[in-house]
Structure formats: structure tokens, C-alpha cells
Design a protein around this ligand. Sequence first.
Ligand SMILES: [Zn+2]
Length: 312
Amino acid sequence: MRAVLAAVGGIVRRCGLWAAAFLLAAVLAVSGCGGVPGDLPRDWSGSGAGAGGAGSGGGAAAQTAEPYQVLNDNVPYFTEEELAGGWESFETYSPLDLLGRCGPAFASVGQDLMPTEERGNISQVKPSGWQTARYDTVDGEYLYNRCHLIGFQLTGENANERNLITGTRYMNVEGMLPFENMTADYIKETGNHVLYRVTPEFEGMELVARGVRMEAQSVEDGGEGIQFCVFVPNIQPGIEIDYATGDSRPAGEAEGAEGEIADYVLNTNTRKFHRPDCGSVEEMKAENREDFRGTREELLAKGYEPCSRCRP
Ligand SMILES: [Zn+2]
């Protein structure tokens, strides 16, 4: 069902039928979406959505995920028609949907599209799910970058809101940049074109993309020089992201919101506090046990430490 929803989300975005109430209608209207450049391949929903190790629902722990995964043996899903149209430079960016989310960005990148000016300020653009979040563990401290779908070095699009998503530093630098650099170098060296498409993949109504699909193929040499098809997950090692909102927290940290009232069991002897269902609670001597209802912060203020077993 998740996959279906994700696919529907994509279809909705692409067809311009926005309201959730029209989801079913959108499914039925798929055939009416033809003619949009770069129609999504049939397995679009499945390949990316789960690939980043992303869990359903809120936060996704992704410590072990690679910066990208190869799709379809690295062969882009371009149609013959799209490939034939790649001999001349062009660039297209999807209109934002009602949630303010980007759709596919598609170009045939030639030297004539590449920027001749320095990159300007893009801080006025607020992509969907945008938040300022800083962590010591993140390179540059900021979790999120305004992440170009088609890199500035390729088409020179700077503060174009249709080309910027909320992306992690890791996705931007470790995941996408090497592919952009490779493509840019090839075009500069050969003067050839590269058909290039980046598709942000959202699940349902989430505001932050789960990742991007990047597809590229050099045109004049039929993919000899450049050919790739990858999914780059929008993750940051050590950080959990709530893709619905853009909220984040260090991985493994308690889910309870700050100030949330809950039941705890205190050990007045060890000065540890536990979740009521923690195994240590059963083992606790009755005279050391004290039940507590309140916030985690209150307990910390009293000098209690969270149990390392139940991690309350
Ligand atoms: Zn415990």
C-alpha cells in the first residue's frame, strides 16, 4: 500500500490533480498523463522508496545505507523519443505541487547551458519541509542544504524554486555531487550533450523527499561516456529524519517529544529511571521502587539518569 501511495503521489504531482480526494481519479487518469517528458517507468514506486533503508512512518534510521544505489543496471529509463530529443540543449523544471514540492527536472545539458557567472545567494528559497537544523556531527553543521536537482554547474539555475529541494548534506555532497562532477567534466571535455533527469521521490504527502533518482546518458556517443541510473537516499548518518515535516533528531534518541508527560519507574537507590515495561523494573527491590508520572526533563533535573537498557 505504501508503494501504491507513493506512486499515486508521483502521479498526482505530475498530472496536476492535486487534492487527496482525487487520488483514485488520478490512478484512473494515468493514461491521460502521456506526453509529459520523462514519464515514470512502471517500477518507479518500488525501486526508490524502500531503498534507502527508510522505515515507514516517522524517523528513518539509516546508519548503514550507502550514499547511492544502482537502479536498472545503471541504464536510465529514457524513452527512444526522449533520447532522440537530446541532441539539442533544453531544460525543464516541473511546477510545484499544492504542497510546494518539486517534481522531475529534466535537461539535455550542453556547454551552452553551463553557467558563466558565479553562484549567487539562494537563501530566500524555502523548499518544502525546509528547516534550519544544526548538528555538531554534520559536516558544515547544517543538516539540510538547499539541494539543486540539476546542479548549478550543469544548467546555471540558481534560485529556481522548481529546482531546489530540502536535502541532507550527505545526500548533496556524498550522493549527488560525484555524479554531477562526472557529468560536468564530460561535457566540458567533449562538447557533447548529456540527457539528465533528477526526480525527487516523495512518499504520500510527505514534505521532504526520501531521495532522488538520477538518470543520465551521453547523447552523441550513445552512452559511451556517461551512463548512470541511481537512487540517492536523502539521509544523514547519525540523524533520524521525519520526512513528513522535516523534523530531525540524533539517531537513537528517545522519541518522546520534549515536555511530554509519561509514566516512569524510578530506582531511588541507583537514581536511574525506567520505562514501566523495562525488564529492570521487575528485578528492582520494592523498597527502591517509586512510580513517577511527569516529564523526562523533570527527572533529569532531579538528578535521575535514563536507564541504558530501556532508554526512556
Ligand atoms: Zn530500564
